[in-house]
Design a protein. Sequence first.
Length: 751
Amino acid sequence: MTIVSLFNRNLIFLTLLSLLWAWQVLLVSAFVLGHVAPSSDLISQVLPEWRDLLKPEWKTVIYHIVLIAAVLFQGTLLWFNRRHLEGKDLFKDHKVYFIMESVLTFLGSSAAFKMIVYSNRPVLAEDAFIILLMAMGLCKIFFQRWQEWMPRAWVLLLGAKNDPYWQRVAEWSVPAGLFIILFIPNIQGVVARNFIGEQFHHNDSFIMGPGWAYLSGQTLDMDIISQYGIGFVVVISRLAQFLGGFSYEHVMGIMVMGTLVYYLAWYFLIRRWLGSLVLAAAVMLIAIKLQMFHTGVFPFVFTYGSQTPIRFIYDVVYFWCIWMHINTGQKKWLLGAGAACGFGIYYLTSEGLYGTASFGAYILLLWAMPAWRKYFHMRLRDLLLLLLPLIAAAALLTLTIGPKIITAQFWGNIAEFITYFTSGFGLEPMYKSLLDHHYLESLMGFVIPMVYFLTLLVLLGRMAFNLSDKTEWLAVVLCFYGLGTFHYYVARSVSTSYYGVSLAYVFIVGFWLKIAIDRLKEDRRIAVRLTLLALAIGALVTTHMFLSYPNMVNLSSHPLTDPKVALPLPDGNPYFNHLFRGFEPELKLSVNSLGGTHEELLAESDFKDDTQLVQYYLKNSHFTRDAQLIASLTAHSDEVPLISGFEVEMLMQANRKPFFYYFPLLISRPMTMRCFEACSIYTKDQLAKTIKKFEDVKPPYVFMERIYMVNEVPQAYLFRFPSLVPLVNYVRTHYTPVAQGEYLVALKRIE
């Protein structure tokens, strides 16, 4: 290297270091001055109507401080290093220190960014920012030590890589880490937050309603609707029953543990496929961040059962079978894969069909490509495997539904919501993210399928000419499966839709990263993998959705109510009871179902800790008097018409079956509200079907919230509750009150 080029190299290095320090000065000065209110000489002069234009700030002062600091830092560094500029490679001598300064500056900037974006809850970001400022100072004081320690640490790391003991420790540290960050010790507290935050709405319709009906002896999609599928209701409800009883706590625990097992199974598969523990760990952390900790499941993924990995849990078994077939060539693994797809159709129909389509593509491609047909010993009769998923699904459905599976009513009910979906009910246009100015989300909506297409075209081309390794087949199957699950985003083009089905995409990106890293020298491979792992960990732990997750290492001992970690709504309003705070006062009734006027819409700040939250839940979720009222007037075998919030919980406590096919009938709201509830009946046909069952069965008793007996109801309710009002009117016309509980009134048929 010539003297001139070395001088230029050193000059660039010192300039970059000066800019890093100047940026740190910017962070410090903005933070310090941000706690000092700027004054203005005009405060006493400006007239009141123009005072909103007076906004004194420190921006100019900070700007000048940073400019002066950059010049002083550059001049000082050049002065102290003037004798080495032409004879010494300063970057090489201070590389570790420069990297540390760069990392700390980036992290400090990230914390400052979060303090601004989350200005309504900046405490956690402020704490991190102060710690990072201290780290920046210590880095400058002990920079010589860093220069000595880091190379030694790197040598120890390389040595540990080849040490059998540390290899075993590393192998099990990732599963242990996944358990620590995903396991929730306070399941009851989570259920309590769901009770007051969303009133069990999503999980009632997803699993609790159909699950209770199934365990009570009713037939899914005949006596009771099961919107998402049949198998998952059977599996989860039976597991809960085995674990001690069907309850919100047991079902929540099953979802949490099922998610943990799901990710662990995927990790062990990805670990074998990518061949690197560090890269597999990085890929899994990003996959977990995208699927579990995105803003669409605010504030907690298990609030929305349909958004959890429980929805896809069969697919890891399917891909393990594909992987084993790829590596062994044994046909029994194809049988396992086909059976897994059949279980997927039974478990949750849409996801199972996507797996079945990818299984069919795999079989057909193996048979169509001569080299691979020979390698895997594929025969014409092996195409019969394409029927296996359908046969398995039919067998499982028959075991669950029985003879009713051949009835037109069953298949008509199955097709009902599919018809709504294909007719546009609940869909969103592809350009919605652009209209909402979510440009990154819109871009990802095109990037994800293009990555699948690119991977398929490249790999299938290689396979057609017999240039590929057999392990690339897993990427091909993942692409087909990913394109299938991406239908969810195509139909509902919002960010939550592509986040929820992002696993296959992340694994494909990990596959390409493996190919790129394998082209590097061995020592650089380790550095790149560790860098990716560090970035993955940083991305996860700087996500507030993750920081609020009530795992074993949460920053708070009561993360469900602590304002430092518990998330309010994006606008700063409380999350608890948020669905009903905006109900218009002029449309509220004179009294609630207790005959009082106080609605008790509590917020997080009304609870001193998570223990108090659980106590509130236990007190207000036990409808003892109402359950006794229902049990006293009905037999155990009766289907009980109940028009009320928390109808699932009430019928569970009364040990009675639901009467309505569209169950839960109402979208629960706090029982002390002075208003009606939204009804889960969406169409005129559904309303007619519900009233027809009343006419056909003529149940002797109906149980209804006392608030529905109020006579003075605003006319606006006819438009706001167009299905509930006719139901209430029908009941009040054909039934008369005979008994009363805490919230409910029992009515007896008068004809």
